[in-house]
Ligand binder design. Sequence first.
Ligand code: ZN
Length: 308
Amino acid sequence: MSTAFISHPDTLLHIMDGSHPESPARITAIKNALIQRDIYQKLLIYEAPIATDTQLACVHHPDYIQKIRALSPKAGLVKLDADTAMGPMSLSATLHASGAAILATDLVMQGKVNNAFCCVRPPGHHAGRRNSAGFCIFNHIAVGAAHAMAMYGIKRVAIIDFDVHHGDGTEDIFKDDPRVMLCSSFQHPFYPHRGADSRSDRMVNAPLAANSGRAAYQSTFEQEFLPAINRFKPEVIYVSAGFDAHADDPLASMNLIDDDYIWITNFIKNVAAQHAKDRIVSLLEGGYHLPALAQAASSHVNQLLSNR
Ligand SMILES: [Zn+2]
């Protein structure tokens, strides 16, 4: 397998405040773990471009894109919602994060790599068509999926979201689009307090009780996600790769360990091999315990790279 690793220096310059758990140290920790585990040198390294307004407008309302551009501060912080703020470099960071999903899509769809991991921040999966939320400004995984459909004529995309929080922004954007399936496992009841009542054939929401671990996740993936994916037959798989369901994560209460992320990645690779010519675009969402994040995300990338 060949795996692209896509990031950008500006992704380190979005800072909501000095002690915020969604910090630049997350990116550094993942990259350092990949280097220390001798994984990084096997990856094809790319720098993310910025997403254009035309690309963003496939999933976000033009008024919202203009609002974010207008609010971008020259200094200090501007609060977008209860949990999300922008500093002077946040616009560039989030535009490069969406651009990473665009480049990953191009590389995977043009057969230049089998799969790609976008090591970017801020995360994206809570951002809806017209709103920021939960540390997210633009919805990068949605921007990438929309690019695959617009540029490459893809008619069926599956997004697998294993972040501990429901991918409510992604659902908001795609719930009425018959070309997109979302499989989202999430702690419930929990932030963002959505998803538990909106399940459909394509919005395959799997609320899980606090303290769920391996057994609950594996039965959800095998018994709920797999039949839905096999029916839908996606041509490319997108992954909202959040690592905050890890037992050590300070923001949530699930019990996954490193091995479980390897299992989940293999599950995704198997469905990608069966339906999607191995095509996987994975993008970092949450994960706030730095050592656990570094280990789990580097294991995820190592499995993307593996031939097994
Ligand atoms: Zn999360």
